[in-house]
Design a protein around this ligand. Structure first.
Ligand SMILES: Nc1ncnc2c1ncn2[C@@H]1O[C@H](COP(=O)(O)OP(=O)(O)O)[C@@H](O)[C@H]1O
Ligand SMILES: CC(=O)N[C@@H](CCC(=O)OP(=O)(O)O)C(=O)O
Length: 299
């Protein structure tokens, strides 16, 4: 009996250390973006599901938004279709859009829902098309001063949080694919998952946006150094944006949008680390890059 007590005590202490964090975040919505690059390992995916279910049982309201870039590229490849990116976004022909929708909603989302539901009847998958959750119009990015047509890529024009809120009120974990319904032409649009997660976090009045990816956080001088910026304000991030490249562009633009629109913190964390979400809870400063609104302390 006394040995059992002895071995259980450190476990109790670990739980108690999490108490201030859990108290602060109880009842709060946290939007978690799970990136396709962090989604390649079975053990990582299972640990991710455990962390999300843990948050849910600890009294938070997790909402999962998932990516699937590498999985889409692999499937396009099998169909003999090339993957081209412009301004960090996939050039999406109508044929490619069919593949994007099939991979995100039919494969990646189903897998995450399955993993979460191993822990109980919790997860419900949906896409931005469902119940008008995400509405978009065609996005034409500006490249070298010109507006470029990159096909069925959506720019979000409206978010309707009704379906997500109903699921949260019912104790469920919504798992959302970043596909939008069209505002004007009846098509569906491919939306970058970071952008979708940020827009949903803002519309839901989420406390936190957590973006899991395949790097430790935002590197100060990528690719020359692996010095991670641990904390920065919205204005500091805004100054850095023009120098960022590839997948970091929509990610950091999303973080900026979120904290400028009511989200208290946006964090980029390393999804390759098992239980990175829980690690984030147990360390005050967090483990990756944290973006905060202006006026909340310089880094
Ligand atoms: N400053 C930077 N810091 C960290 N990663 C960067 C930076 N600039 C560009 N990157 C690239 O962005 C990638 C993450 O974006 P992305 O590939 O879209 O991931 P995800 O699938 O998780 O959304 C990193 O793997 C890295 O190659
Ligand atoms: C428009 C656009 O680029 N959409 C993305 C959607 C998936 C995504 O964002 O996945 P990650 O988070 O894994 O990068 C794509 O087609 O790859």
């Amino acid at each position: 009996m006394s040995t059992r007590k002895h071995t259980a005590l450190p476990k109790a202490q670990i739980l108690i250390e999490a108490l201030p964090w859990l108290t602060r975040h109880h009842g709060k919505t946290v939007v978690i973006k799970f990136g396709g690059n962090a989604m390649v390992d079975e053990a990582l995916k299972a640990a991710f599901a455990q962390d999300v279910v843990f948050l849910r049982h600890a009294g938070l309201k997790p909402v999962v938004v998932h990516g699937g870039g590498p999985q889409i590229s692999a499937q396009l490849d099998r169909h003999g279709l090339v993957s081209e990116f412009k301004a960090g976004l996939r050039v999406t022909t109508p044929e490619a859009m069919d593949v994007v929708r099939m991979v995100l909603a039919g494969q990646v989302q189903r897998e995450l829902v399955g993993l979460l539901n191993q822990h109980g009847p919790l997860a419900v998958g949906m896409t931005g098309e469902d119940a008008h959750t995400i509405t978009a119009t065609q996005h034409r990015p500006e490249i070298d001063g010109e507006l470029v047509d990159i096909g069925r890529v959506g720019e979000i024009t409206a978010i309707d949080t009704g379906a997500i809120e109903a699921l949260l009120a019912d104790g469920r974990i919504p798992v959302i694919s970043s596909i939008a319904r069209s505002q004007d032409d009846g098509h569906v649009y491919n939306v970058n998952a970071d952008t979708a997660a940020a827009a949903l976090a803002a519309a839901l009045g989420a406390e936190t946006l957590m973006v899991l990816t395949d790097v430790e956080g935002l590197y100060e001088d990528w690719p020359h150094s692996d010095e991670v910026i641990s904390r920065l304000t919205a204005s500091q991030l805004e100054k850095l944006l023009p120098d960022l490249s590839s997948g970091m562009v929509p990610k950091m633009e999303g973080c900026l949008f979120a904290v400028r629109n009511g989200v208290t913190t946006a964090r980029v964390i390393d999804g390759r680390v098992q239980h990175s979400i829980l690690l984030e809870i147990f360390t005050d400063e967090g483990i990756g890059t944290m973006v905060v609104p202006d006026g909340q302390g310089e880094s």
